[in-house]
Structures are given as structure tokens and as C-alpha cells.
Design a protein around this ligand. Structure first.
Ligand code: SAH
Length: 216
């Protein structure tokens, strides 16, 4: 059975990468990591056979693992302005995006408000022997001041607007990629921190779960 999934995923993974390229993902490092990482380890066993489809899947607690295109697109957008040394991620969820980032930068810090999701993500990191990840149970809206500033920040749940607290935890010239807005009207935004504050550009429409307050 394990073998079966492994075999299928080789072929389906190759197809996934082809679809990502066709959808406009160009960064070869991002594509290589998307091909290599076992996405099925980040979803419930019952959904493992669907792990390489282009869809978001439920991970419990009303949350979803982002679809592969979204993960690839956000990672590409995050890395484009420079090569960040450290990345802060808000919304660990399944930990798949965390693992993608950990394969591409020196160190990743990730904050998740749902304790159970965080524990499962921690388990996946161990299984993949990703040792450059630091996970924290907490409210990501506050960032992670103890380790700030970060070369880049990725937010995988949508706040209503650009959170100033997070911008302030970026290095000068650092960038943040995040979805902004309410349910059906969200856009993916890239924010660059500047000497005088920040500038932002709108990348494309997206759909994310909302950034919630407090912990669970
Ligand atoms: N990148 C993840 C996305 C998971 S969905 C993946 O692909 O699996 C978004 C996640 O953000 C959820 O796990 C949700 O619990 C978390 N979240 C929402 N608001 C948060 C907050 N204020 N602080 C930390 N995590 C938050």
C-alpha cells in the first residue's frame, strides 16, 4: 500500500510540476522542491491519494492545506526581490508551505494558533528531518518579536489589511507576501519595507481562510 502510493506519486508529481510550469511558475528551485517534497505526508491518510491534485484539502479544525499552485506562487513571489536568510511564516497549518520554505532558506520560523495542527506539523518536520524550522503555538498577528527582524514574512491566512506589526518585523528592503481582504474578495499582495514605511503591489486574486485572533 505504501509502495503503491509512492509509485503513483512519482508520476502524479511529475504531472503536477508540468501543470505548475504551465500556470506560470518559473523559479527552478521552487519547482524542484515541489517535485521532491512528499505532500501526501501533510494530509490525512484518507486523502493521501489526492495530495498531488491541484486543490486545497481539509486538514481539520476548519482549515485547509493550500493548493500546490498557491504554495508555489507565494514562494516564488517571496523569493523574487532577494534571497532572504530567515523567513517568518504565519499560519503553519499542515506545515507543507513551511517545509517548502525550509528547503529554500537558511531558517524558517512559523507560528500557528491551533495547537493540534502545530503538533502534526511538528511531526511531519521530524519525519522529513527538516531541522532548520522553529515552530510556535501562538497568535501570529503579533509576529515573533524575539527573532525579528526577518528577511521575509509569509502569511497564509487573510487579515483585513496590511498588519503594521508584521511590517515592523521585516529587515529594511525585506518583503512580505500575504492575502488581504474578506472571504470572496481577497488579493495576494507583496509588501516591501522601505526607509519611509512600505510600498505594496497587488499580485492576483486568491481565496484563503481568515486570520483569526487568539489561540485554540
Ligand atoms: N500554509 C498552510 C495554510 C493553512 S490555512 C498549509 O498549506 O497547510 C491557514 C492557517 O492559519 C490555519 O492553520 C489557521 O489555524 C492559521 N491561523 C489563522 N489565524 C492565525 C493567527 N492569528 N496566528 C497563527 N495562525 C493562524
Amino acid at each position: 500500500m505504501q509502495q503503491g502510493i509512492g509509485m503513483t506519486s512519482q508520476r502524479t508529481r511529475a504531472r503536477l510540476i508540468q501543470r505548475l510550469e504551465e500556470a506560470g511558475i518559473h523559479n527552478l528551485d521552487v519547482l524542484a522542491v515541489m517535485r521532491r517534497l512528499p505532500r501526501h505526508l501533510f494530509v490525512d491518510e484518507a486523502l493521501a491519494s489526492r495530495a498531488y491534485e491541484e486543490s486545497a484539502l481539509p486538514i481539520g479544525h476548519g482549515q485547509t492545506i493550500s493548493q500546490p499552485y498557491t504554495v508555489a506562487r507565494m514562494t516564488e513571489a517571496l523569493l523574487a526581490p532577494g534571497s532572504p536568510d530567515t523567513v517568518l511564516e504565519i499560519g503553519t497549518g499542515s506545515g507543507f508551505q513551511t517545509a517548502v520554505l525550509a528547503s529554500l532558506v537558511r531558517r524558517v520560523y512559523s507560528v500557528e494558533r491551533v495547537a493540534d495542527l502545530l503538533e502534526r506539523a511538528r511531526h511531519a518536520m521530524r519525519r522529513l528531518e527538516l531541522r532548520n524550522v522553529r515552530l510556535r503555538h501562538g497568535d501570529g498577528a503579533l509576529g515573533w518579536p524575539e527573532y525579528a527582524p526577518f528577511g521575509a514574512i509569509m502569511v497564509t491566512a487573510a487579515p483585513a489589511g496590511i498588519p503594521r506589526v508584521l511590517v515592523d518585523q521585516l529587515t529594511m528592503g525585506g518583503c512580505m507576501v500575504l492575502p488581504i481582504g474578506h472571504s470572496e474578495r481577497q488579493v495576494l499582495v507583496r509588501v516591501l519595507r522601505t526607509e519611509t514605511g512600505y510600498v505594496h503591489e497587488i499580485l492576483e486574486p486568491v481565496t484563503f481562510v481568515p486570520l483569526l485572533g487568539g489561540v485554540a
